[in-house]
Design a protein around this ligand. Structure first.
Ligand SMILES: [Cu+2]
Length: 132
């Protein structure tokens, strides 16, 4: 009886471990946080634990990238506006080139679903850069 309980426990621990390893996250491949860049510059996105899909696709665990420039975070479930400071990559793009004035800037990557509803803080990443 005791042996049988252990036989069930081991696979359970393994499943919990692998789930935590494949956690969902977004990040910038470039530029890196607290670096200096020359405008125009390339911004490259990364995503883990989610699949990129074009806007309009509402499949669970999919979405597209958004780049927020010098603006506030968008809370979970809120539709991300579309303007100069909220750029959508609804064709599934994973990089872009942007032009910014010299000085310090805040860049936030926000993943959102096919209806542009933010996945919130868990799929958001903010960095600060200096533009020369
Ligand atoms: Cu969008």
């Amino acid at each position: 009886m005791i042996m049988r309980s252990y036989a069930l426990l081991v696979p359970t621990i393994f499943i919990l471990f692998t789930t935590s390893v494949s956690a969902q996250s977004v990040d910038f491949f470039e530029p890196k946080n607290n670096t200096t860049v020359i405008s125009p510059f390339k911004v490259v996105f990364m995503i883990s634990g989610m699949t990129i899909a074009p806007s309009g696709d509402m499949t669970v665990n999919t979405g597209h990238h958004h780049l927020l420039i010098d603006t506030e975070d968008i809370a979970n479930g809120i539709v991300i506006p579309k303007d100069d400071t909220h750029k959508h990559f609804g064709q599934g793009q994973t990089e872009t080139e942007i032009t910014l004035l010299p000085g310090k800037h805040k860049l936030s990557l926000q993943f959102a679903n096919g209806a542009h509803q933010s996945y919130g803080e868990k799929l958001s990443k903010t960095i600060e850069i200096t533009v020369k």
